[in-house]
Design a protein around this ligand. Structure first.
Ligand SMILES: [Cu+2]
Length: 128
């Protein structure tokens, strides 16, 4: 008998609607700083500006086995960030940050480039 009472109470609790003003508030935490993000997620963030006709910086050196988040921003016209060895070919629309995460595990130098016709922009990702 007690089980039926408990079940009845639980069902009642499940079907009770919560008044709108009693809903829990969703609190968005402030964005993490680069240093916090690195210490929590072990990700190195590298910002790259992209403009005619170069990547700034155009040489990135990262330690092998380290997670890297590239934040690319096209400054003047649309570009791409193409890094075939990682299967990356991202369109970069002007003014929008594009986040790309890579986790290079081979000591190697990779070439990345923009594949827009006539741009002839490239850079190096050096994994040491
Ligand atoms: Cu370009």
């Amino acid at each position: 008998m007690n089980k039926f009472i408990l079940l009845f109470i639980l069902l009642g609790a499940c079907t009770t609607t919560i008044p709108a003003d009693m809903h829990p508030q969703i609190i968005t935490p402030p964005p993490l700083t680069d240093l916090q993000e690195r210490s929590i997620y072990n990700i190195t963030k590298i910002k790259i500006d992209v403009q005619q006709f170069d990547f700034l910086p155009n040489e990135i050196i990262v330690p092998k086995g380290e997670k890297v988040r590239l934040v690319l921003t096209a400054r003047d016209v649309n570009h791409t960030f193409t890094l075939p060895e990682f299967g990356i070919d991202e369109e970069l629309d002007v003014g929008e940050d594009v986040h790309i995460e890579i986790w290079p595990n081979d000591t190697k130098t990779y070439v990345f480039y923009c594949d827009k016709p006539g741009h002839n922009m490239q850079g190096k990702l050096i994994v040491s």
